[in-house]
Design a protein around this ligand. Structure first.
Ligand SMILES: Nc1ncnc2c1ncn2[C@@H]1O[C@H](COP(=O)(O)OP(=O)(O)OP(=O)(O)O)[C@@H](O)[C@H]1O
Ligand SMILES: [Mg+2]
Length: 322
């Protein structure tokens, strides 16, 4: 399978009053054509910064590494080339749909402008396409919706409009940052079905960022697990759910509520996520890890491939191998 996206040694650092914040710290991953990859991890681990870095939408103080979209490095592109690429080859659904739609313009206007940017059509044809797209994402009364401003719509409707806009572009890669978190269960299911349809129709590769491991199990082919700006484990959905290797992945899975067993209390991971301006030495998970060894607080472990396609960054896995 050819890779649509290859991220190599991406580092995104911010300078803050507390010191250097290593929000994304030397991560590498790839997404194949038509593949859906889930990016998971606790709040603050760098999921959104990763996606915004890939889109080159961040004003970080340090951004290093390569972001190869079908071999072209986005990190070396001029603003002009970039804005052509965004929307044409790569599109994004943001975590907060209210901030990504412009409150001053109607939804219809914003959709028309996006379509005109990416298709060789006139205004009338663009309006027709916008209407069709709204129908396809299940918006009730799509004609009236086109005349409305974003604040006149519900969160779920706004999110569906964002998805419709992302679909207009017919891109090779769609990045979706928590597209369903703010929505209720029935709308969540609709949105996930929509994403499945997009994938099937256009063979779009999807990077799906979510807290929700249930969504990952349902939608994704592969999973990347992040902790404190680092990738700690990656593999197929089966590998990650059936034989997780990193203690963090295991703890994350154990904190999922079970439908079969009635629990009085949910399992949580003990301790707190460290501040990214004061990261622990060695493995960043070691202060919370229940199976640590002597090397864990001393050295950062290397990423090793424990079986084809399954990579883990943990001293204990290294030991098992040798
Ligand atoms: N512009 C910025 N300046 C300084 N620090 C930042 C900036 N943007 C993000 N961060 C920090 O980078 C870290 C990663 O943030 P990010 O938004 O990627 O987390 P996330 O994994 O998406 O979390 P959530 O699940 O809550 O959305 C956080 O500690 C955040 O405070
Ligand atoms: Mg986020």
């Amino acid at each position: 399978m050819q890779n649509v996206l290859e991220v190599k040694n991406l580092k995104t650092y911010f300078f803050t009053d507390e010191g250097i914040a290593k929000a994304v710290d030397d991560i590498s991953f790839e997404i194949g054509a038509g593949e859906t990859v889930g990016l998971v991890g606790e709040s603050g681990c760098g999921k959104s910064v990763t996606s915004l870095s890939v889109m080159r939408l961040l004003k970080a103080h340090t951004m290093e590494g390569q972001i190869l979209l079908e071999g072209k490095d986005l990190n070396n592109m001029s603003e002009r080339e970039l804005s052509k690429t965004r929307g044409k080859d790569i599109s994004m659904i943001f975590q907060d749909p209210m901030t990504s739609l412009d409150p001053c313009f109607t939804c219809g206007y914003q959709m028309r402008e996006t379509i005109l940017q990416h298709h060789d059509v006139d205004k009338q044809q663009a309006d027709k396409m916008a209407l069709e797209l709204l129908k396809s994402v299940g918006i009730p009364d799509p004609k009236a919706t086109l005349r409305r401003y974003p604040h006149e719509l519900s969160g779920g409707q706004r999110q569906r409009i964002m998805i419709a806009m992302a679909m207009t572009c017919n891109t090779k890669l769609l990045i979706a940052d928590e597209p369903t978190t703010a929505l209720d269960m029935t709308i969540q299911a609709q949105i996930l079905n929509l994403m499945r349809d997009i994938r099937k129709e256009h063979n779009t590769a999807i990077l799906m960022i979510t807290h929700d491991l249930g969504v990952v199990a349902e939608l994704c082919d592969r999973v990347i697990v992040m902790y404190c700006g680092k990738i700690v484990e990656s593999g197929t959905v089966r590998q990650i759910f059936h034989s997780p290797m990193h203690p963090y992945t295991r703890d994350l899975l154990a904190s999922l509520p079970s439908l079969d067993v009635k629990q009085d209390r949910l399992n949580t991971i003990s301790g707190v996520v460290p501040s990214i301006t004061a990261l622990p030495t060695g493995c960043r998970y070691h202060p919370r890890c229940s199976v640590l060894c002597e090397a864990c607080s001393r050295e950062y472990p290397e990423m090793i491939e424990v079986e084809p396609g399954h990579k883990v960054c943990c001293h204990l896995c290294e030991r098992k191998e040798s």
